[in-house]
Design a protein around this ligand. Structure first.
Ligand code: HPA
Length: 250
């Protein structure tokens, strides 16, 4: 049976229409960011988890990513769709663009970023050549095509520490590194999912031009305006992922 986890980020703290059954859960590494909501959504089993807590209050560097991923594993999820609000670096990825990244660069520091640290689990070096699951990425792209939602297939996601946004020079450095979008929560989430061998892919919504990519300063007001509209499209895309599943796409 397929059980999809949706990990909501900024702008997606609950899932409309999910027949709710809250499943309080404590893992060996503590509590997840919020109580996972387990239920049925468009005919499929779904677990929804709000990454920044409910309400949105946990800073990106303070999220217990390990507990979040372990909780999803304990709930039996078989794939994870992460939703991430990001800044756009690539000129084609302006506000409102939806992006399904294929690669990432990790600039975060000081986060608990592995299960295989020699304490919780014996040391292991896992492969992360392709950080996102290609099958799930493909399914998301198919869903976008079916729902006639324009998405960018492939991008390099830069994971920064936050919670502050970047300087112009930092964004220029990320650009030189080949990054297309920038967010604060993509890592260590992707690596931890891989360590647990749960297929993981991300749907990014560009909510602002990254620092220096427009003449304006970045305001929360502008971000909120893009989120309100853009997140509806992201939800529609994930809905379609489920509808395609019913139609036997898998
Ligand atoms: N930088 C980092 N994280 C973000 C941004 C940004 O510009 N926008 C939304 N999340």
């Amino acid at each position: 049976m397929t059980i999809t986890a949706i990990v909501g980020g900024t702008g997606l703290t609950h899932l409309e229409g999910l027949e709710l059954c809250a499943k309080p859960i404590i893992t060996e590494l503590g509590e997840p960011s919020s109580v996972p909501q387990v239920g049925c959504w468009h005919g499929q089993s779904v677990v929804f988890l709000s990454r920044h807590g409910q309400p949105h209050a946990i800073a990106p560097h303070r999220i217990n990513y390990r507990a979040n991923m372990l909780a999803l594993q304990q709930l039996g999820v078989t794939r994870i769709v992460a939703v991430n609000a990001v800044g756009g670096i690539h000129p084609d990825m302006g506000s409102g663009a939806i992006v399904v990244p294929h690669q990432l660069v990790d600039y975060t520091w000081g986060r608990e970023s592995t299960f295989f640290d020699g304490d919780f689990r014996p040391l292991q070096h896992i492969d992360l050549t392709h950080p996102y699951d290609e099958t799930l990425r493909h399914q998301l792209l198919q869903a976008a095509a079916s729902a006639e939602i324009t998405v960018h297939d492939g991008a390099v996601y830069a994971a920064t520490q936050g919670p502050r946004l970047e300087t112009i020079a930092e964004i220029q450095r990320l650009e030189r590194d080949g990054c297309d979008v920038v967010g604060m929560t993509g890592m260590p989430e992707a690596a931890l999912a891989r360590e647990l061998e749960i297929p993981y892919a991300s749907v990014c919504l560009v909510v602002n031009p990254a620092a220096g990519k427009s003449n304006e300063l970045i305001t929360m007001e502008d971000i909120r305006a893009v989120l309100a509209e853009g997140m509806q499209q992201v939800i529609r895309l994930i809905e379609q992922l489920h509808l395609n599943f019913e139609g036997g796409d898998y």
